[in-house]
Design a protein around this ligand. Structure first.
Ligand code: XIL
Length: 407
């Protein structure tokens, strides 16, 4: 530690090791609430966990009967402006996650500034309603504020590690004791057209600056900062029957098993589950994948569930039925696995789905996607009913799930 202030050889403006460690350049001065101290009381200001807000006929109630949590992603703009939206989220969910409000892009808008206001508001709402929160996301190649890309590109490995540490301590420290699971790393593996930079890792400014050890390090820093939060590796495109996804699953299992062998404090694997109607679900492949993760002693989370209906017809009743059937085919396998702990849909309200803004996921007929449980009038759709039936008819693994949550 004694040489921490010097000798890095890269005394560039805004990124000397002294500046990084002091947080002066990066806006990452350690807030009082972020100082790690094991066993300390949760940070004040978010309120006590209130009485459950969900209704007896909600998705959360059906999930809870099997030891699961159901919840959704909440975008601040809708949350802030729509009372019926807030009522729907309170009525259906036991678990919330911010879509963008805890990403670095929003929390560190400029050097020297942190902004937790929107994330705090959603967390306070969740606490008042007896709902839990997931954290999304600590280390991702995307959603970096514009000033951080160049900073990482200039940094040597030690400086970049220091920056990552300070960032995780800042955000996970701010929410210490409040978050059931953090997406510690997000989408670290490449997809079909991405080059594999080693063992499945995709290009990322974190990989370039720190090397492949960035993944393990991020889990260790979360563990030191908020030991109560489960560390999750959240990954996309590992759910369906495409051959390249099966190859990706094989690499995921290999890395998970190596991380366990190295003693990395990873607790869960998250399947984003942005399902696409253009690729079939291979139930056998999915079942084997989940069983292998469970056998490693890890929990499983469905973190961003939705169904991109672009291959389904325009007719709404037909499309809704096909979306519901597709969801059920997936959930039946997921819910049969005892290690599955929660199901989070990426929002709950059709008009907000991110799929409509995504260049490759828009429907060819130009109609809005019908990807989520509630329609534009907050009415429960066929996929809502398929989810409720899937929860109700799932085997009861509540005891195994309770045990895993406590592990
Ligand atoms: C999306 C949000 O929903 C959008 O509002 C934002 O503009 C871009 O990011 N995988 C992830 C999420 O891990 O963070 C992404 O969320 C959707 C894909």
């Amino acid at each position: 530690m004694e040489d921490r202030d010097g000798g890095s050889g890269t005394d560039m403006p805004g990124l000397s090791r002294r500046a990084v460690l002091a947080g002066a350049a990066c806006g990452l001065a350690r807030p009082a609430s972020a100082a790690p101290s094991a066993g300390a009381a949760p940070a004040a200001g978010f309120g006590p966990l209130g009485r459950p807000s969900w209704s007896a006929d909600s998705l959360q109630a059906a999930a809870a009967a099997k030891g699961l949590l159901y919840g959704c992603e909440v975008p601040f703009h809708r949350f802030d402006t729509s009372p019926p939206y807030r009522q729907a989220v309170a009525r259906e969910c036991g678990l919330l996650v911010c879509g963008t409000e805890m990403k670095m892009e929003e929390v560190l808008p400029a050097p020297g500034r942190t902004d937790f206001a929107r994330g705090d508001a959603i967390l306070r709402f969740a606490r008042a309603n007896g709902q839990r929160m997931r954290g999304h996301t600590l280390v991702w190649h995307a959603a970096l504020p514009p000033w951080v890309g160049p900073l990482l590109a200039r940094a040597n490995a030690v400086q970049a590690e220091d920056f990552m540490r300070r960032w995780i301590e800042t955000v996970a420290g701010h929410y210490r004791g409040q978050i059931v699971a953090w997406d510690v790393v997000n989408e670290i593996f490449g997809n079909e057209s991405d080059p594999d930079r080693g063992g499945g890792l995709r290009d990322s400014p974190w990989l370039a600056a720190i090397g492949p050890g960035y993944v393990d390090l991020a889990f260790r820093i979360l563990r030191e900062t908020d030991p109560a939060a489960a560390g999750t590796w959240n990954e996309d495109a590992v759910e369906q029957g495409a051959p390249w996804m099966e190859a990706k699953r094989t690499k995921v299992l290999r890395r998970l098993s190596a991380m366990r062998a190295r003693g990395v404090p990873i607790k869960r694997f998250g399947l984003q589950s942005h399902l696409t109607s253009t690729v079939p679900i291979d139930q056998g492949q999915l079942r084997r994948f989940l069983a292998e993760i469970g056998a490693m002693g890890l929990g499983i989370e469905i973190t961003e569930f939705d169904i991109d209906d672009r291959a389904f017809p325009s007719d709404v009743p037909t499309r809704d039925r096909m979306v519901a059937d597709f969801a059920r085919r997936y959930l039946d396998v997921v819910l049969a696995e005892p290690a599955t702990l929660d199901i989070v849909s990426w929002d709950i309200y059709d008009p907000d789905t991110w799929l409509n803004d995504h260049p490759f996921r828009k429907r060819p007929d130009g109609l809005p996607q019908r990807a989520l449980p509630l329609d534009a009038r907050f009415q429960r759709k066929p996929v809502w009913h398929a989810m409720q039936r899937a929860f109700r008819e799932a085997p009861d693994h509540a005891a195994a799930r309770d045990k895993l949550r406590r592990a």
